[in-house]
Write a protein that binds this ligand. Structure first.
Ligand SMILES: [Mn+2]
Length: 289
């Protein structure tokens, strides 16, 4: 139970949400594009869920000066139990290393599924910089805090009463969250998320997502940055929350989405079609009631 990723717990509630929320358009994958920055996360390499073929295809067709890997890139929990690796997943690694070789700065900000990498923060692996959290300055001069986002998991379920209790209680809850994870790690227990546990019961994914977004934006505001880029909840989004630019780059398990910045600092979410689906004529998508 505890080793099951939270998004698997929540799949039921997320699928209907996605179908209703996403437009049925897919970015034209035939065109090669150059971006200033690409952000991807939650690729979950090492699992069957990873859409590695689409991801390798995306990386091959999109170039950038800086590539941010915003956590849950390799699924260390899954690989510990069962080795699952395909040629397409090797192609993903190959495409990332090809970017390193061609001068792209590749920065890896670990998540909870690849938290083993957090022990190697501020080191260089095969040309990839490992950083606990980063600040990215856009071409428009906006300072964005880049982090995976899992550290807010335990706080989200308290969000409602925290709104009344104020900053002191919020800080306390966050600290308790970190201590809880540290203790579990020490005991050799896998990452456990209270919010995932509650969400599994409540099945109110829409409310969960908006709470996550609000908490991350709130925390960004405390840090004095202009915005934030995160992943973790597998829900791509760009929106302004209380004066903070909230960005989530989505995932490569379901939505195959990436966040990109152009030369002027404009941010956009790209959704990438699986190469195997591209030759078929596009059917009109129906939104389930
Ligand atoms: Mn995560």
């Amino acid at each position: 139970m505890a080793e099951v990723a939270w998004f698997e717990n929540a799949l039921g509630s997320f699928r209907t949400l996605r179908a209703a929320a996403l437009p049925a358009t897919v970015t034209d994958t035939a065109r090669f594009r150059r971006h200033r920055t690409i952000f991807i996360s939650d690729t979950h390499l090492g699992t069957r869920g990873c859409k590695a073929e689409a991801l390798a295809d995306f990386l091959a067709h999109n170039d950038c000066a800086t590539l941010f890997l915003v956590g849950d890139i390799v699924d260390g929990w899954r690989l510990k139990r069962r080795w699952y690796w395909t040629q397409a997943q090797s192609r993903v690694i190959g495409e990332i290393l090809r970017k390193v070789d061609s001068g792209t700065r590749v920065i890896f900000v670990p998540g909870n599924h690849d938290e083993f990498a957090r022990d190697y923060a501020n080191r260089l692996f095969a040309g990839v910089e490992v950083i606990q959290e980063a600040i990215h300055e856009t071409a428009a001069g906006k300072r964005l805090w880049v982090l995976h986002g899992d550290r807010f998991d335990g706080v989200i379920s308290f969000a409602k009463w925290l709104a009344h209790a104020g900053d002191w209680a919020y800080g306390w809850a966050l600290r308790f969250n970190d201590i809880l994870f540290a203790v579990r790690k020490r005991l050799g227990l896998p990452y456990w998320s209270l919010s995932a546990f509650l969400k599994h019961k409540v099945k109110n994914a829409v409310e969960y997502i908006s709470r996550f977004e609000e908490i991350v934006a709130y925390e960004a505001k405390l840090r004095g940055v202009d915005g934030v880029v995160c992943g973790h909840i597998h829900h791509a989004e760009i929106r302004e929350i209380g004066g903070i630019l909230y960005h989530n780059d989505g995932d490569w398990v379901e939505s195959c989405s990436a966040l990109v910045e152009d030369a002027h600092g404009n941010m956009e979410i790209l959704r990438w079609a699986d190469p195997s689906q591209r030759r078929e004529p596009r059917k009109p998508q129906t939104v389930p009631a």
